[in-house]
Design a binder for this molecule. Structure first.
Ligand SMILES: NC(=O)c1ccc[n+]([C@@H]2O[C@H](COP(=O)([O-])OP(=O)(O)OC[C@H]3O[C@@H](n4cnc5c(N)ncnc54)[C@H](O)[C@@H]3O)[C@@H](O)[C@H]2O)c1
Length: 291
């Protein structure tokens, strides 16, 4: 079981929303917290808030899409707290949405750089440091319910989050032997500012079509759903509960279970049809490899 007390967690996108909720919940468990975020103003405010709660905290500026900046965060965390035991790959953005033929390459690249490559850079930076101290650790990747089923008009976001679910499943058996646990958090709607992630889009990923009418109506719909989402404070507490139980998949919306059951059933039915195909009868009894 993961021991929280006296250990250190680095949380990307930790200055607000789900990241900050996780920071507070881990701080309540007496962890040292490193908030790493691209938004300096939010960062200063949240560091002050955690300090006022008596949580040992360090704020570090970070764009998760820049691997070099991760190295600097690792150095700052080690200088302040000695060792790091947990990395929470939480920073995420929406990317372009709307009809796929209207989406721009820049919006896809932005979503993939932040939501997918940011997770890889975070894990790649901290895994060797956790292996090095040998005390074990945990990597928590924040995906989404969108990672378990296609969200219409939101291909880039869906693809990035499905990849985060998949890479978490890939890393779990790989890192288990080094006493590093993996969890992937898959929330549905949570009341945060995710609908306004454009505020953090760098110029190089800006596209001319953002704000186009078709996209705007989709964004308004998403904004409404996020505003009606669950209270963000639940998410951090649920994460602590689930990591204490060693859970790989962490859900915050049990009301989405049926949708997932329907998806699994559809996949299983497709396997059943393949079992009945005369083309595949020689493959049926072969042992599956590689999983
Ligand atoms: N809110 C929801 O309904 C919901 C649902 C499912 C999954 N999620 C996921 O939860 C995670 C957190 O989102 P949130 O809802 O708290 O959103 P949010 O916009 O409230 O917070 C995101 C935080 O990430 C930071 N950030 C953005 N880009 C960054 C970058 N390049 N580098 C470092 N920090 C960056 C922001 O400054 C902000 O502090 C995301 O991965 C998101 O996809 C959110």
């Amino acid at each position: 079981m993961f021991k929280f007390e006296g250990r250190t967690a680095v949380i990307s996108g930790g200055a607000e929303g789900i990241g900050l909720s996780i920071a507070k919940a881990l701080g309540e468990q007496k962890m040292n917290i490193v908030l790493a975020d691209i938004d300096e103003q939010s960062l200063l405010k949240s560091v002050a808030e955690l300090e006022s709660l008596g949580i040992p905290v360090l704020g570090a500026l970070l764009d998760v899409a820049d691997e070099v900046q991760w190295k600097s965060v690792a150095k700052q965390a080690k200088d302040k707290f000695g060792k790091v035991h947990m990395v929470v790959n939480n920073a995420g953005v929406g990317g372009d949405s709307g009809p796929l033929e209207k989406q721009e390459t820049e919006g896809w690249q932005w979503a993939l750089e932040v939501n997918l490559m940011g997770v890889f850079y975070g894990a790649k930076t901290f895994t060797p440091l956790i292996k090095e101290h040998g005390e074990g650790g945990w990597i928590l990747n924040v995906a989404s319910m969108a990672g378990l089923g296609g969200v219409p008009y939101s291909g880039a976001y869906t693809a990035s989050k499905a990849a985060v679910v998949a890479l978490s499943e890939s890393w779990a058996p790989e890192l288990k032997k080094h006493s590093i646990g993996i969890s992937v958090l898959c929330p549905a709607f949570v009341k945060t500012r995710i609908y306004d992630s454009e505020r953090n889009r760098p110029d190089k990923f800006k596209s001319d079509t953002y704000g186009a009418e078709n996209e705007q109506s989709f964004l308004n719909q998403m904004k409404q759903l996020v505003k009606e989402g669950i209270d963000v404070s639940i998410v951090g507490k649920r994460v602590v509960e689930a990591i204490s139980n060693g859970e790989l998949y962490i859900f915050t919306h049990p009301n989405y279970r049926k949708l997932n059951q329907e998806r699994f059933a559809a996949i299983d039915e497709a396997f059943e049809r393949s079992e009945k195909s005369a083309l595949l009868k020689d493959i049926l009894n072969q042992k599956p490899e590689g999983l």
